[in-house]
Design a protein around this ligand. Structure first.
Ligand code: CA
Length: 240
């Protein structure tokens, strides 16, 4: 084996060793179906459980600022942390968003050579996207978008990559103002997605004129889940 091959061989195992543990995320299986937890926000970091980056957007008063809430009245079941999003899309035609990346990216150097590795989470086999929502004021409305990588660069580029959007209004029980509720969106609702092995990110998008333009929502336990086998009761709760 020549030196170059040995080098590549070593690189392969270095990359696999690094990518494997983090990309496995948190998968729980049961007879009621399985779930893949993207983020429970309990770490209080701007990285999800896959190691994917998370970020809000802010520009000229238009904002969607993520912070982590820990007080009992702001957390689901009164413990851990939840994601707090303070949004303002009061400016006409404005929108703002928070995203959480579903791919893990690594860059490093080995023997003077640099390498990059990218791991997508394969979401085929899951049936729904679920998260918990608490809207203290009531009246918040936003869309959940999934972005699919088409050109293979690992980054969403408008016009090149696919986007699919579902408004939560159809899934949101407005009588639950100030209380936590689980929002369960069937993946079949994301009609534009064609490859569930190439999903780049989940994005929560607030738009001017859709619900209240300024406010706060709390989010927790963002996960993908699979339906139970026939005859079993649906897995209604993503996490305890
Ligand atoms: Ca949490």
């Amino acid at each position: 084996m020549c030196m170059k091959k040995i080098f590549l061989f070593i690189i392969f195992f270095v990359v696999v060793a690094i990518v494997q543990p983090a990309s496995s995320g948190a998968v729980l299986s049961s007879q009621e179906g399985s779930i893949f937890m993207v983020d429970d926000f309990n770490q209080g970091k701007m990285f999800n459980l896959l190691g994917g980056k998370t970020q809000g957007y802010e520009e000229a008063g238009v904002k969607c600022i993520p912070t982590f809430a820990t007080s009992p009245e702001e957390t689901r079941a009164g413990k851990g942390s939840s994601l707090r999003l303070d949004f303002n899309v009061s400016a006409p035609n404005s929108f703002s968003y928070y995203w959480t990346k579903l791919i893990t990216e690594y860059a490093g150097a080995f023997s003077d050579k640099t390498f990059e590795a990218r791991a997508f989470k394969d979401l085929s086999g899951y049936d729904y996207l679920s998260f918990w929502l608490m809207d203290p004021q009531g009246g918040a409305d936003f869309a959940v978008e999934l972005h699919q990588d088409v050109d293979g660069d690992g980054t969403y580029i408008m016009g090149k990559d696919k986007i699919s959007s579902v408004d939560i209004a159809s899934y949101n029980d407005v009588t639950m103002r100030g209380k936590w509720q689980e929002i369960v969106i069937p993946l079949s609702g994301f009609r534009n997605i064609t490859d569930w092995g190439k999903i780049l990110e989940i994005v929560f998008v607030f738009r001017h004129g859709r619900g209240i333009d300024k406010g706060t929502v709390y989010i927790d336990d963002v996960c993908f889940g699979s339906n139970p086998p026939k005859g079993k009761v649906a897995y209604k709760i993503c996490a305890e």
